[in-house]
Structures are given as structure tokens and as C-alpha cells.
Design a binder for this molecule. Sequence first.
Ligand code: ADP
Ligand code: MG
Length: 189
Amino acid sequence: MIERTLVLVKPDGVYRALIGKVIQRFEDAGLKIVGMKIVRPSKDMASEHYVADEKWLLDVGTKSKKSYIEKGMDVKESELEIGNRVRNYLLDYITSGPVAAIVVEGNEAISIVRKIGGSTSPQKADPSTIRGAYSSDSYQMADEGKRAVRNILHMSEDSAVAKREISIWFSDAELVEYKRSDEGAQYGI
Ligand code: ADP
Ligand code: MG
């Protein structure tokens, strides 16, 4: 099924001039760029993007807590407290510099983009993924520095989230429809 998903190259990726490499990886996988801009996000935009949704806060907290426990750390914070702390780090980070916002379209684009992007902690991410290839940051380093994990990318996690996130960063008129010249070769159409 053809889907659209939002990718943000976070400030670490923009400062490190990785935008081109990120786009190349998605284009190489047969996906199409249908929207793109460089933005310096406002606080309001950032908090709309990282909305304080309880399920998201708990998911982020649970994933982080599991990783802390695996490292033998003594974790006193609840999942929700960790989620809220991480959200504040993210708001500070995403508003601290330039972000490249990109809408990627293609067959199963949401899961394929996440597969190519790699898992949240670059230290754990497979080296064939963008996060694993271009960063070695970890939850522990980030927590010691009281900051968000610098993992180059944000990628929408499901279709409802993708729809909501794309509408925060782009108007309908900013998204363009066109055919890649290799669509026939790829999909037999
Ligand atoms: P993903 O970006 O892989 O979907 P999450 O949605 O779980 O990951 O988390 C959102 C972002 O929050 C991550 O990309 C990362 O930058 C940051 N982050 C997550 N957990 C932590 C943590 N424990 N400490 C610092 N930053 C974190
Ligand atoms: Mg996420």
C-alpha cells in the first residue's frame, strides 16, 4: 500500500551535513521525496509534534527504562516520569537548530523508512541503518548529558501518527505528486 511518512533530520544531522546521505538511502530503496524544507521550529510547533500523549510518554519511558536496567542501572523514575523528562529534552533539542522536514512516499513507506533509519539508540542500531552508520550515541550518554539521544532522525511510527505529523509541517499545496521514471521497472506498471 502506498503511504506517506514524515522524516525529520534533527539538528545533529543538519549540522553534520547528513541530509543528502539520508535522502539517498530512502531514494535508493525506491521511495520518493514528495515534500522537503529546512525549518527552525518554534516551541509551539515542537510541542505539537512531540504531543504530550500518555501512550507515547509511556512507550518512550518503557523503552528507556528497559535499556537502563539492561545496563545495570538503578532506576527510580517511573515510565511516565522518564517519558516527560525525555519530551522536555526533545523540545529543547529540536528547537535549538535547523531541522530538515521531508515527506517520503512509497509502498509501505512508514515501516521501510523506520527499518532503514534504525533503532532509537544508535549504539544498538544495526550499522547498515542510518542511525547505526552515522552515530554511536546511547541512552546512557544522553542521560548523563541531560539531553535527547542524538540519533539524526525522527520517523513517523504509524499511519495515524504520520498523517498528524505531516499536517504539522506541510500544507497540502507543499506536497507534490509525480512519477519516478523507474516506477515501471520497480513495480511493473
Ligand atoms: P524513535 O525516534 O526511534 O521513534 P522514541 O519515539 O522512543 O524513538 O523517542 C523519541 C526520541 O526521544 C528519540 O528519537 C530520542 O532522540 C529521544 N529519546 C528517547 N529515549 C530517550 C532517553 N531515555 N534519553 C534521552 N533521549 C531519549
Ligand atoms: Mg517515535
